[in-house]
Design a protein around this ligand. Sequence first.
Ligand SMILES: [Zn+2]
Length: 115
Amino acid sequence: MAVAAFVLLARRTVFAVKPGATLSTKPEIEHARRIVASVYQANGYTVTVTEGWASEGHTANSKHYEGLAEDYRVNDIPFDKWLTLAAQIRARLGSDYDVLLERDPDHIHVEYDPK
Ligand SMILES: [Zn+2]
């Protein structure tokens, strides 16, 4: 059991980045990205970051402007898995993060927003 846990912890998380997207460098979001990548991998998928640090294109108070949000692609995954992935990410990140399945374009939005 201890060996299996070690292998899980040591396994490198892998993610892709959409051309033009700027990764957040905030530790809170780098942590979130590792969790998101890990959850995608555990379900057999590789996550693509579609939006990170942004200077425009979001609502006025968007966490994207502070580097405290990222978006993750879902449209390369079967629709019936989207809520499962979002729920698993939400459970792993806990209450300091908001994990939302957003539409048009479809993606999982994760932001650091401690209450
Ligand atoms: Zn977003």
